[in-house]
Design a protein around this ligand. Structure first.
Ligand code: FAD
Ligand code: NAI
Length: 497
């Protein structure tokens, strides 16, 4: 009896303790402290973008010594690894975004955040021009500001290979609005297929979901879609949902080229079990309102009718990036993206521009993992440059005050140390992808080069907990956990806005 009473007491103490800690962090998250105002004597860092690279920089930078300005058309950070889950309503879109001000309001010195598109970077005169392109505008919508340092982290746009029909008819999967559009379009297809009198041929077309691109984006989307059909659509639309087909089209001989053969095979067999057709060596040449035109392995062209087309065929540099490259023609010749040195300094503008993430052409894969490590690295560089500035000011003041030689040489030694800035070093934490029916693949460099190809609850829970732990805030973690619980209880919502 005494033992169980003790256990019960320990349980209560732990539960109250955890709740108290949770409440404390929730309170803190909603009560940002007062900030120092911006100071015209300090250097200005302009950050372009609010994605993985920029947000990681903002999290880690000490703003005391800088005036930081953030410019991005989105006033939030989007946690892209969970974006495929938004396409079928496993997660609500709002649960995986973090308002940029939730990050910047906690910095020591005020950070300015402008919701606008940067439309011009002048690396010679060190200015950026940005424009408010949103629906509502004030009398001022276009502004040019100077910078001392520029952090260029605008990511990429979708690669369409100049196929006009793609932009017109396909859905992408990059922005939050893309995922919401896919969800609405999918349910629209199902509803239209259910209309009385629809011909078999039309039902087949409307219920054919075609995914172009066998990279991780295409694979994760197809996986989420299949889950949605199996767990929810079949229940609420029994008359049509079992006619729904998913086809993944990939130009190369393999899907997921960045994963090992074992993991590729595992994914292929899982997709086969889930009746997802994979067409490798099929290259999409054209797209119209109803059909995708593909070149088959034998070289002939074939039309594939579709209801929903999701285009996940990779990335390309944004026009702004091309324009910046054109401004530095001697140094920027890589069509893939911006060339930087091993300190993430932009070639041709090394003294003032840093570029990171997907916008750069480096030997790192264009991943969130690389961009966030680069952002954190740059923050450390800026923190170190700030320390250097403080020491240099101290040296000048000490000289002026007539300090003795040993004091001066002490400061000089500190300056020498602070001036040594190490190059960026990438540390690969592994790759993880969800492949449907509670299975995930993981390529994790544990001891040596271990690859985990497994399914079932354990891998799935690992996948979920890894992503939850990567989410930047307690708020997002709570919202995502609540969404998963909601779906566990009630299933996914099949209504459409
Ligand atoms: P982004 O995160 O794309 O940020 C670019 C920012 O620039 C955005 O805030 C944008 O609004 C802003 N911007 C755009 N134009 C302008 C402009 N003109 N002026 C100013 N700002 C501008 N990687 C992984 O490592 N693991 C994963 O599991 C993973 N899953 C993914 C799932 C999906 C569906 C997608 C699409 C990508 C995934 N990635 C994943 C890749 C990862 O999201 C990118 O590599 C990462 O976002 C790159 O970070 P970034 O900062 O360079 O660019
Ligand atoms: P990707 O570039 O990796 O894959 C695009 C695929 O589309 C390629 O395999 C390409 O051959 C194919 N393709 C291109 N044009 C085609 C055409 N006309 N017809 C048929 N197939 C065509 O792009 P993705 O998947 O968007 O990934 C981009 C980056 O984001 C990668 O670095 C990836 O690692 C990362 N990412 C990582 C995830 C994860 O780790 N879970 C999830 C999503 C993205």
């Amino acid at each position: 009896g005494g033992f169980f009473r003790g256990l019960k007491r320990t349980f209560y103490v732990l539960a109250i303790g955890s709740l108290g800690t949770y409440a404390y962090f929730v309170y803190q998250g909603r009560h940002p402290p007062d900030q120092l105002p911006q100071d015209p004597t300090k250097k200005t860092i302009v950050v372009l973008g609010s994605g993985w690279g920029a947000t990681s920089l903002l999290k880690n930078i000490d703003t005391e010594e800088y005036n930081v300005v953030v410019i991005s058309p989105h006033n939030y950070f989007l946690f892209t690894p969970l974006l495929p889950s938004v396409t079928v309503g496993t997660l609500d879109g709002r649960s995986i975004v973090q308002p940029t001000r939730h990050t910047t309001r906690f910095k020591t010195r005020e950070v300015k955040v402008y919701e606008a598109d940067c439309e011009y970077v002048d690396p010679i005169n060190k200015t950026v021009t940005f424009e408010d392109r949103s629906e509502v505008k004030g009398s001022v919508s276009k502004v040019t500001i100077p910078y001392d340092y520029l952090v260029y982290s605008v990511g990429t746009e979708n690669q369409t290979f100049g196929i006009e029909g793609v932009k017109k008819h396909a859905c992408f999967l990059k922005e939050l609005s893309d995922a919401e559009k896919i969800r609405a379009r999918l349910i629209d297809c199902v509803e239209s297929a259910a209309i009385k009198g629809q011909s078999e041929e039309e039902i087949d077309r409307l219920l054919h979901m075609v995914v172009v691109g066998g990279g991780p984006t295409g694979i994760e989307y197809a996986a989420e879609l299949r889950d949605f059909v199996e767990s929810d659509l079949i229940r609420w639309y029994p008359e049509v949902a079992n006619k729904l087909r998913v086809t993944l089209v990939e130009a190369l001989p393999n899907i997921l080229p960045m994963f090992s053969q074992t993991l590729i095979k595992y994914t292929e067999s899982t997709f086969k079990e889930n009746s997802i057709d994979i067409l490798t060596k099929h290259m999409v040449k054209d797209v119209d309102e109803r059909d995708v035109l593909v070149k088959t392995p034998s070289g002939e062209e074939k039309k594939i009718p579709y209801g929903l087309l999701v285009w996940a065929a990779g990335n390309t540099a944004r026009p702004l990036t091309r324009q910046l490259m054109a401004a530095l023609p001697e140094h920027q010749k890589n069509r893939r993206g911006l060339e930087v040195d091993d300190h993430m300094r932009l070639k041709g503008a090394e003294d003032s521009v840093f570029a990171l993430g997907d916008a750069t052409a480096t030997h790192f894969a264009p991943t969130a993992q690389a961009a966030s490590q680069q952002g954190a690295y740059l923050a450390r560089v800026f923190n170190q440059l700030a320390r250097l500035q403080v020491l240099e000011d101290k040296l000048a003041a000490s000289k002026k005050a007539g300090a003795d030689a040993s004091e001066l040489s002490g400061i000089e030694r500190q300056i020498e140390k602070a001036a040594k800035i190490r190059p960026f070093k990438y540390s690969h934490q592994g790759s993880l992808a969800y492949i449907g029916s509670e299975k995930a693949i993981a390529d994790i460099p544990l001891l040596g080069n271990n690859q985990i190809a497994s399914g079932g609850v354990v891998t799935f829970m690992f996948w979920r907990s890894a992503y939850v732990s990567m989410l930047f805030s307690l708020r997002n973690r709570s919202l995502v956990a609540a969404d998963w619980f909601k779906v566990f209880l009630f299933g996914r919502d099949v209504s459409r806005e």
